[in-house]
Design a protein around this ligand. Structure first.
Ligand code: FES
Length: 563
């Protein structure tokens, strides 16, 4: 099996010529024969001026290179797509699969014996894990780390839970335009990923738990010296992985996915992570069973007290002991025999867990924040293929609720009418948004956090039951049912709901039902017609024709292994 510079030669019909030509060109970089004979460690560089979350990537690349060279390898950094949440039109989710394709093909195409994947902002690590699963070359994920907290007039601020909370206060007339403008300079005070338990933090913690990142590396703040040292350690580990593995398919087993999903429940993590890890598992031929995930949730207490469900921020989680300390608390619920990129098993990774006396961020199992997990999977005639509810961020009184549907047909319809003083809506109603799923929007935007109508906000209403086929930012909160599958755009039952229908949520029974009789629903189905496709060409067409539903991780059908 060829390795290093001899791997994956460009096809000229003469292998010796291909290697000779490759050497001739790479020597233009000034590398010696000794350097080029070493194991080659690729480093996926996701720095972009459009991605402030990845602002520390150049220093991480430099430190990772140092680690590779200290271990006797030859580092080769290469660029891939980088996606930032706020700079991705129409949505970052629309581009996740493109980044997965790009990363997969660049890792395949270029000669490397292992790869360090530097990611962080929401969709980047999922895309990299999807690629790693498909290529199955030894790989290690190096998260960029979370931001430090912001401050405004004595308040501690976290992106983007407080972005939403303060925007809500502005919409309710409690803050003026000058104040909300001033806040934009305080919400994201450093490079790094959002410092609440949003999607980026959730995915980083799960990546450590599944064994694809070094112990402790999920939570180190982006700006700290330890983050640089973690990059160096990743470089050293990558050289060992190149020589002896394990490969991603040997790390990301069914048991390891259970470990990651248990952590998702225990941190009260982002609903988006379920979609992403379902996609990664699908690349390895592993099906994430929603009922099993729900069962894991019922057995797993929420132990980490972070916003948006709790009080603290990622830097506090880190200093409380981070993921290793959390895994210690969960050890009876985990399979500790799973291998990790650190070498050895998860059991060994737990040895690095620090005991921090007096910390209140990671609760002991005997004193959880809540029992029964953070996320619940719902079924019912409104969601035959499932829907997700973040119980830990919901209003307890709304977890069992029946109300009148107020339906918005599209995001544009919602935007146009939600604040209309003439909108017929009451606090006990159920807001429904459709055609915002993987194909419908397209790109399954984070529009599931349907704003409370302004006239109700002004009455002091802070939460309502909201249902959609969209996603929600992991940093958001409320009684919000998401990922309804199948989505409305492919004829799921959400397409049949009318304003005035009654909807019932029973979170304890895991049910979501439209209270209409079958004959009436059959009549509506017969009258339903699909909307015309959005895209005629290019990536948008590829996406629309091949994206799978939320319960299959929204991956492309052709990226899964053959059955
Ligand atoms: Fe990048 Fe939140 S915007 S992690």
């Amino acid at each position: 099996m060829p390795s290093g510079m001899k791997k994956g030669l460009t096809s000229y019909g003469d292998a010796a010529f291909s290697l000779y030509l490759r050497k001739a060109f790479i020597k233009a970089m000034g590398f010696s024969d000794d350097a080029l004979a070493r194991p080659i460690i690729g480093i996926a560089d996701t720095f972009s001026d459009f991605n402030p979350c990845h602002g520390n990537v150049p220093r991480l690349v430099e430190a990772a290179k140092r680690g590779v060279m200290l271990a006797g390898g030859m580092p080769m950094a290469f660029p891939t797509i980088s996606i930032h949440e706020s700079f991705a039109h129409p949505t970052s989710m629309f581009l996740r699969n493109l980044m997965a394709l790009d990363t997969e093909e660049m890792v395949r195409a270029q000669p490397m014996d292992a790869v360090i994947l530097i990611g962080g902002c929401d969709k980047t690590i999922p895309a990299q894990l999807m690629a790693a699963a498909s290529v199955d070359l030894p790989a290690i994920v190096l998260p960029v780390g979370p931001m430090l907290v912001g401050h405004y007039k004595g308040e501690v601020l976290g992106a983007c839970t407080d972005c939403r909370r303060l925007w809500g206060r502005f919409r309710a007339g409690e803050m003026d335009a000058a104040e909300i403008e001033a806040v934009t300079g305080r919400l994201a005070p450093t490079n790094g990923t959002c410092m609440v338990m949003g999607t980026a933090s959730t995915v980083a913690c799960m990546t450590e738990a599944i064994g694809m990142a070094l112990p402790g590396s999920a939570t180190i703040p982006a700006t700290h010296a330890d983050r640089i040292r973690a990059a160096e350690a990743a470089g050293t580990a990558a050289v060992r992985l190149a020589a002896a593995g394990p490969r991603p398919s040997e790390i990301m087993t069914g048991a390891a996915f259970d470990n990651a999903l248990t952590v998702l429940q225990a941190i009260g993590g982002s609903t988006n992570a379920l979609i992403h890890f379902t996609a990664v598992a699908g690349r390895l031929g592993i099906a994430i069973d929603p009922e099993r995930f729900d069962r894991l949730g019922r057995e797993t207490p929420v132990l980490v007290d972070l916003k948006p469900s709790g009080e603290h921020y990622m830097e506090h989680f880190h200093w409380a002991g981070g993921v290793p300390r959390l895994l210690q608390e969960l050890r009876e619920l985990l399979d500790l025999s799973c291998p990790t990129v650190a070498g050895g098993t998860l059991e060994k990774a737990l040895e690095s867990a620090e005991d921090v006396p007096g910390q209140s961020v990671i609760r002991p199992r005997a004193r959880p924040i809540s029992t029964g997990g953070g996320l619940a999977v719902l079924r019912g005639n409104l969601a035959p293929d499932g829907a997700v509810l973040k119980r830990s961020a919901a209003t307890p009184a709304l977890l069992r609720h029946e109300g009148r549907a107020v339906v918005f047909d599209t995001i544009e319809d919602m935007t146009a009418r939600i604040d209309d003083p003439a909108l017929d809506v009451a606090p006990e109603d159920v807001l429904v948004l459709r055609n915002a799923g993987p194909k419908g929007a397209p790109g399954m935007p984070e529009a599931g956090y349907i704003p409370i109508p302004q006239k109700l906000l002004r009455q002091g209403i802070k939460d309502m039951l909201r249902i959609s086929d969209a996603r929600m930012s992991g940093t958001a909160f409320g009684t919000i049912v998401l990922h309804v599958a199948p989505e409305a755009a492919v004829g799921g039952p959400l397409a049949l709901v009318r304003t005035g229908d009654r909807i019932r949520l029973d979170a304890e029974a895991r049910r979501l039902d439209l209270l209409a009789d079958d004959a009436e629903l059959a009549r509506r189905r017969a009258a339903w017609t699909p909307r015309p496709p959005h895209a005629t060409r290019g990536y948008a067409r590829l996406y629309e024709e091949h994206v799978l539903q939320a319960d299959h991780g929204c991956d492309f059908d052709f990226c899964r292994p053959p059955a």
